[in-house]
Design a protein around this ligand. Structure first.
Ligand code: FAD
Length: 460
């Protein structure tokens, strides 16, 4: 007999859970408070430019096996454009290129890294030493760093200031959304171990060729056709609890009953949906107030001429971290997107101040752009972009599955204890795991296999 599973939140975690519940033969009811799906990874119609633009550039990496599985399942895998090369601005010279060479992982970047000229040889040697330590420590060694910051790791491996400012900071802040002296070392170590060293394809960068919201159109079609119930513009107001089990979800239209509930809403929202009795029955709900957020700033820039030919640029040592080339239209108008992660100090700036600072960085990276003014711009501040991945935070991230808690309440979202930083991959992993707990099925998809050389060296 089909069980009814109520899922709160139509972000990636909620959609991934809903799809798997449906595939397992149960009946999912997906409640989303907004008019569209996608949560923090979505698009909107910009009233100024009239364009459908993403709230921010979202990058998927080759190691994101669960997110890629989700895209494939929706039939949108070919809407992701892959880049195996990464371009690092190095003015006044041409940008450096980091690309996998012929050697096997984890040494596949050695040749191109050695040739990159934006770092001195002393920095490159120090970085190689730190990478070797990451390989040798393996997964077990990483776990031992959960309560320490990544800056402590950099100090322990004697990284020179240049390597810290021009290499480590931009990679780690972009991936973990927090600066080096706050971010938990285990998060940063995971980025390098899983995202660069474990497999040749792990670091490949995937960018959607279409606005993010269009990736979810097939979800809506498939979900409704196969009997899923999708309720947009419907906020969950509270989670029903009979003292032993959750019974469903209260909305403005009344109670939506279910045999299980998957709560895939942000942590501060979940806290508001739970009664005191529910909180006291489930230890996972008792530490939600320990989690904090970290902001990201995305700046859309429109030029009436082509300013940048490369697909993207990393800006080492600058406060703007990435520039993405979003394409040039038939009239020659180019759309660029600048991303600043860990953007606490930018949150108090207005649109003009933000534009000024980003343009300084853009002209630094692309000197030919000097004197060119954008014909339009739009800065989007996401103050609650991700949970704050500080050292030790994992002990406050709740498990997806109940354990000793309320047996039919699953929690999903990038902020759960997924073993990943706050990413789309983490969100989908949590959704898959929640669906497996509610309806059965296979749960998470396996990681990319580790390379034989990596295994031999102890990586995993
Ligand atoms: C600016 C920015 C840039 C990012 N860049 C990247 C990137 O490059 N790569 C990457 O992997 N990740 C990136 N992320 C992180 C990524 O967007 C998130 O990890 C992911 O989208 C989280 O999905 P989620 O389903 O866990 O949560 P959310 O997307 O927050 O989904 C939760 C949903 O619940 C809904 N909701 C809330 N309250 C209720 C309620 N009471 N009832 C019903 N529904 C409710 C919300 O409207 C929302 O749709 C970025 C995030 C931001 C903000």
């Amino acid at each position: 007999m089909k069980r009814r599973v109520v899922i709160l939140g139509g972000g990636l975690a909620g959609m991934a859970a809903a799809l798997r519940v449906l595939d397992a033969g149960d009946q999912p009811v997906l409640l989303e408070t907004r008019a569209q799906l996608g949560g923090r990874a979505t698009s909107f119609q910009d009233p100024r430019s009239g364009e459908l633009i993403d709230n921010c550039q979202h990058v998927v990496m080759g190691c994101c096996t669960n997110l890629l599985d989700f895209y494939e399942r929706l039939g949108v895998g070919d809407l992701i454009e892959w880049h195996t090369e990464t371009y690092w601005a190095n003015p006044p010279h041409e940008p450096d290129v980091m690309r996998p060479g012929f050697g096997p992982a984890p040494g596949h970047f050695t040749f191109s890294f050695a040739r990159m000229s934006f770092l001195s040889w002393a920095s490159k040697r120090a970085i190689a030493r730190a990478m070797f330590k990451m390989i040798r420590m393996g997964l077990a060694g990483r776990a031992g760093w959960s309560d320490r910051t990544f800056m402590e790791f950099l100090e322990e491996t004697s990284q020179p200031p240049e390597a810290i400012d021009r290499f480590w900071r931009v990679v780690v802040v972009s991936a973990c959304n927090l600066d080096l002296d706050e971010v938990g070392a285990a998060f940063a170590l995971q980025v390098f171990q899983e995202g660069f060293l474990a497999h040749r394809f792990a670091s490949a960068m995937g960018l959607a060729r279409v606005p993010l919201s269009q990736l979810y159109d097939p979800f809506v079609e498939y979900f409704r056709r196969e009997g899923g119930q999708l309720e947009l513009n419907t906020a969950a107001l509270s989670i029903g609890f009979d003292g032993r089990r959750v019974t469903g979800v209260v909305t403005k239209n009344g109670m939506v009953e279910g045999s299980a509930v998957i709560a895939a809403v942000p942590f501060e929202r979940l806290a508001r949906l739970c009664s005191d009795t529910l909180v006291s029955a489930d230890a996972r709900l008792q530490q939600l107030d320990q989690l904090e957020v970290s902001p990201i700033l995305g700046v859309h820039l429109f030029f009436d001429t082509e300013v940048m030919t490369l697909p993207h640029l990393v800006l080492p040592g600058r406060s703007t971290h990435w520039l993405f080339n979003k394409g040039t239209d038939a009239q020659g108008k180019q759309h660029l997107h600048a991303v600043i992660s860990g953007a606490d100090e930018w949150m108090g700036l207005d649109q003009t101040q933000i534009l000024q600072r980003v343009l300084e960085d853009l002209v630094w990276a692309l000197p030919a752009a000097r004197g060119l003014d954008p014909i339009g711009h739009r800065a989007i501040k996401e103050k609650r972009a991700t949970f704050r991945a500080v050292a030790g935070v994992d002990r406050h991230r709740p498990a997806v599955t109940p354990g000793l808690g309320v047996e039919n309440l699953m929690i999903a979202g990038d902020w759960c204890d997924t073993g990943w930083p706050a990413t789309m991959e983490g969100a989908v992993r949590s959704g898959y795991a929640a669906a497996a707990a509610a309806s059965g099925g296979s749960g998470e998809v396996a990681d990319l296999p580790g390379s034989p050389v990596g295994r031999l060296l102890g990586l995993r």
